[in-house]
Design a protein around this ligand. Structure first.
Ligand code: FAD
Length: 499
């Protein structure tokens, strides 16, 4: 069996440098790492909104969070605000973190559902410190020094400049011995015996060989698709958005501690505030809107002066049939794509790297390991796909052909089962390692007005007044905590403002 001595990473975007940083940190001298990237081709240049798991990635790397924030012009993110999704005029947030406090064996929200169905509950946001703080433009990191105060429940992620993040990770990786080669890969040499990639050929004729190749070449899928013809499972019948215009603009107004996602006639628009600029993009379906109209809509809805010409990106929702095929593992856009509605792509890079480390091959490749690795990748991305489809499908909007299509389309059975469970008794079941927890589904199901007929019968065991008092106390404590918190801008200025 062949020993893995050389790992070659093709591509130096967020995926490539995250892979290089993590493998150099975890594997040390066990293998030699080479990363190839092309300055001429460049990177996709978007990908600014993250979810809280990225903190774990930084921790594993031993990165100081304030330093990372300064280096990437980052701001804090407490959740995503969805405007005009269920109906035009609606607004709700998917905030990170918990809701209220669970009682005995029942999740908190079941008591809220009971009161809500009796017409006596305030908006569910009152029970989430993340949502209330975000709404007030406040931020602080979780502070667990006050017993079980909600201040200890704050959960954050970041908005960051993707280009600066890749540069930061490059410095980190090169300091740990990763060799960087600049240049274009023109093709891959595969072995006749088993079809494994032996080497990649550079434009100048150099051959870069290795035993394991990580394809981080972006949408091209240089190795996983162009060399190995792995195949792609197309999900665009469920997620018809296939293009985006992206443009940065000058900062204006308050520094929001959340991402904003506003529904548009054939898609949606993001707004991500960084320390030095605001990132904007309009994701849309080219079947329902032409490029010029989509561009004009974006440019008419910016908060500040544009800082560049808008850039058009094309994509297809779906996944590679095997993320790991022969001796190639696809990480990042080469492995598939889900639109950035819930900011999950950078997380998928991280989880694929973590999985690669778990199943890291030392001598040769075990078919059982590869199969389990691929099964886990499929499970994770399919459940995220369902969650994203929910945002489109669970709508009352009938004002454009796009919204009529997504509202009435067939959905995956796995999503239908989740929605049916919710509709009957408000139950939400999280299986295995699904990324989104019950409270994530709760906020979107509820925020998108998916009707629910009942609640868990055990929630009726308490007197209604007792339930109302319990909920009222939680909301009041959260309100007091938010009052004490500094503004998002003040917190950044005091701790992690870029120079
Ligand atoms: P790329 O950035 O495309 O990098 C590919 C690399 O491969 C480059 O270095 C390139 O030079 C190199 N390369 C390619 N071909 C060759 C060759 N022949 N020779 C040598 N080198 C080569 N994710 C989030 O988590 N949050 C978000 O908010 C978010 N927003 C997004 C918005 C849009 C519209 C899109 C399209 C994506 C978004 N993403 C988001 C996804 C995110 O941008 C990507 O997951 C992330 O940037 C990783 O990209 P990558 O490194 O796989 O590919």
């Amino acid at each position: 069996m062949e020993t893995i001595k050389q790992v070659v990473i093709v591509g130096g975007g967020t995926a490539g440098w995250m892979t290089a940083a993590a493998l150099s940190r975890v594997l040390g001298d066990k293998v030699k790492l080479t990363l190839i990237e092309s300055d001429d081709i460049g990177t996709v240049g978007v990908g600014e909104s993250t979810i809280p798991m990225i903190k774990l990635f930084n921790t594993v790397l031993g990165i100081d969070e304030d330093e990372f924030m300064r280096a990437t012009q980052a701001t804090f993110k407490l959740g995503i605000e969805f405007n005009d999704w269920g109906r035009v005029g609606d607004s709700y947030m998917h905030g990170f973190g918990i809701f209220g406090q669970d009682l005995a064996t029942l999740p908190f929200y079941q008591y809220w559902l009971r009161l809500q169905q009796a017409g006596k509950a305030p908006d569910i946001e009152n029970y989430s410190i993340n949502r209330m703080a975000a709404k007030a433009g406040k931020f602080m990191r979780a502070d667990r020094s006050h017993g079980n105060s909600p201040l200890g429940d704050i959960v954050h992620a970041f908005h960051l400049d993707a280009g600066l993040y890749a540069r930061y990770l490059r410095q980190y990786s090169e300091a740990k011995g990763v060799r960087r080669i600049e240049g274009k890969v023109v093709d891959a040499l595969t072995r006749a015996s088993d079809g494994h990639v032996d080497a990649v050929r550079m434009e100048n004729g150099d051959l870069i060989g290795g035993e394991l190749f990580i394809d981080c070449s972006g949408f091209r899928g240089l190795l996983i698709e162009q060399a190995l013809h792995t195949g792609f499972e197309d999900w665009s019948h469920w997620l018809p958005c296939d293009r985006a215009w992206a443009v940065p603009c000058e900062l204006s107004g308050e520094l929001l501690p959340y991402t904003r996602a506003t529904a548009r006639p054939a898609g949606w628009q993001w707004r991500i505030g960084l320390q030095h600029r605001t990132g904007n993009g309009h994701v849309y379906s080219s079947k329902f809107m032409n490029d010029e109209a989509a561009r004009a809509l974006l440019m008419a809805n910016l908060d500040g002066r544009p800082l560049a010409e808008p850039k058009l990106l094309r994509f297809t929702a779906g996944k590679r049939k095997q993320v790991w095929n022969k001796n190639v593992v696809a990480v990042g856009l080469s492995s598939g794509f889900l639109e950035p509605l819930e900011s999950t792509s950078i997380h998928l890079i991280q989880s694929t790297i973590a999985r690669l480390i778990t199943f890291f091959p030392d001598r040769g490749f075990s078919a059982a390991d590869v199969a389990e690795f691929n099964r886990q990748c499929d499970f994770e991305v399919e459940r995220i796909r369902d969650f994203i489809i929910l945002h489109y499908h669970a709508t009352e909007r009938d004002d454009t052909p796009f919204w009529n299509y997504v509202r009435t389309m067939d959905i995956p059975d796995t999503l239908r089962a989740k929605m049916d469970l919710w509709r009957s008794r408000g139950r939400i079941v999280r299986n295995d390692n699904e990324l989104f927890a019950e409270v994530g589904w709760l906020q979107v199901l509820q925020g998108q007005r998916v009707p629910v007929e009942g609640h868990h019968p055990l929630a009726d065991l308490m007197e209604e007044k007792e339930v109302a008092d319990y909920l009222g106390d939680i909301a009041s404590v959260i309100g007091q905590c938010v009052n004490q918190m500094p503004s998002h801008a003040a917190y950044i200025k005091a701790r992690c403002a870029a120079k």
